[in-house]
Design a protein around this ligand. Structure first.
Ligand code: SF4
Ligand code: SF4
Length: 435
């Protein structure tokens, strides 16, 4: 049964629902962000969508981060400022038309990946992605989630994964990977200290990455397992901003992990999955969430430091640069770890940014990759991204998020570029193999 909808017809009922959701989402923190904007425009140059158009010779002011929160700001003013209330009282209130909501879908779902780069640039410290997330939530509440994203979100709830990977498919796929790559992958081993959760994108499209993670976990000699219940790390409820779906997907992880007596959850090469289990889950399940969460890159770095994993060789010979996952890197703070690893596995690593926090998003995060109608914007965003690869003079780009790899590969092929995208965990698996 669908829990997220994608209505084709937008009427006044949807406008009213959108309005009420926005109004009710304004707390002190949100109000301070909405009040603090001085319209300086600095965030424009931080946004990969705005920059992508700019590099292509077009200026589209609607892609400025501050503009993406403008309707929410108007709703705030109308309800929470004296002037706004007076205007409404005398019949000069906001008039939101159904067409306006279609524009909000474009702004919030097609042209924002929740990458947080604009927040870092804003002199007032405004968390624009938080504001855009409220707009997303309001659109989802009104039944206006983009169709591709709504379908994938509903598939997650129904089958267990946005790609339709149910428990049986998961187990078959694990068996296949285990045989094909000759690696032991324990399933539902009880008790286990570490639970490795997977993204179905890796499972179905990058099996070598799953096999590599298993090899690394085995070589570190930790007591680990995957779970037939808590197998899906992705959480499309976060993209759609549906609290119901977010909670349901996390519930499966909580139950699976508790059942196996887990202490550490290892999140895979998937940005929003890390956000979901590391930062959202403890707030959704304050009592039950007793686990420590590590991203697989953090885990590898920790094991190397503790002497439990040994890098035996530099496996990457050609010039290579690093693409940071915004959710694991900029938002999650895991930026030094992948660079330490890169310096160990690569002979010619060249960073594309002086300050790691400044790296640019792949263009497909926040669910943008699955939304077909957002392809134009994703490709433009890739043009911003390419400027960094070219600055580093690198054709080989190492990633630590499967969604980033998929988005970058897709955009690179569509724009007929010859970059090669490689998983950092695969490099570590190779580098920790026999000398
Ligand atoms: S979060 Fe990223 S994509 Fe969204 S408006 Fe800010 S810079 Fe642009
Ligand atoms: S940088 Fe901050 S203050 Fe300036 S326009 Fe953007 S959101 Fe507003």
């Amino acid at each position: 049964m669908a829990v997220v909808f994608s209505k084709e017809r937008v009427g006044h009922e949807e406008v009213e629902k959108f309005y009420q959701f926005c109004k009710n989402s304004i707390n002190t923190e949100v109000a301070s962000y909405l009040e603090a904007c001085v319209r300086c425009g600095i965030c424009a140059e931080a946004c990969l969508f705005y920059m992508g158009e700019n590099v292509s010779g077009r200026i589209d002011p609607t892609l400025t981060p501050a503009y993406k929160a403008d309707l929410l700001r108007e709703i705030y003013k109308e309800n929470y400022t004296l002037l706004g209330r007076l205007k409404k009282l005398f019949g000069f209130g906001l008039k939101i038309e159904p067409e306006d909501l279609k524009e909000q879908v474009r702004l919030a779902f097609y042209t924002c990946t929740n990458c947080d780069r604009c927040t870092k640039a804003c002199p007032m410290g405004i968390d624009t992605p938080k504001l855009v997330s409220i707009v997303r939530g309001a659109l989802t509440y009104a039944g206006l989630t983009p169709k591709d994203l709504a379908d994938a979100t509903n598939m997650s709830v129904e089958k267990g994964s946005p790609l339709g990977v149910d428990t049986q498919t998961f187990l078959q796929r694990i068996e296949f990977i285990s045989e094909e790559y000759e690696v032991e992958i324990p399933v539902d081993k009880k008790p286990s200290e570490y639970l490795y959760i997977l993204s179905s994108i890796e499972l179905m499209k990058f099996p070598a990455s799953v096999a590599s993670a298993a090899k690394v976990l085995n070589r570190a000699e930790v007591n680990w397992t995957v779970s037939s219940l808590a197998h899906e790390a992705t959480n499309f409820g976060v993209f759609a901003q549906s609290k119901e779906v977010t909670k349901e997907m996390l519930r499966r992880i909580v139950e699976g992990a508790r059942e196996l007596g887990i202490r550490y959850i290892i999140a895979p090469e998937c940005g929003h999955a890390y956000q979901s289990v590391r930062f959202i889950a403890p707030n959704v399940f304050p009592e039950e969430w007793t686990f420590e969460v590590l991203n697989i890159v953090e885990f590898i770095d920790k094991m190397i430091k503790e002497g439990k994993l040994k890098i035996n060789k530099k496996v990457l010979k050609e010039r290579a640069t690093l693409h940071d996952s915004c959710q694991i890197g900029r938002r999650g703070g895991v930026l030094r770890e992948p660079r330490r690893i890169m310096n160990m596995v690569s002979e010619d690593f060249r960073d594309s940014v002086l300050i790691p926090e400044h790296n640019i998003c792949c263009g497909g995060g926040g669910g943008v990759l699955v939304i077909g109608d957002a392809d134009y914007y994703r490709q433009k965003a890739f043009i911003s991204k390419m400027t960094l690869f070219d600055k580093a003079k690198a054709k080989t780009v190492v990633c630590y998020c499967a969604n980033c790899m998929l988005a970058l590969t897709k955009s690179s092929q569509e724009l007929k570029r010859d970059y090669r995208f490689v998983s950092i965990v695969e490099l570590v698996a190779e580098a920790t193999g026999e000398e």
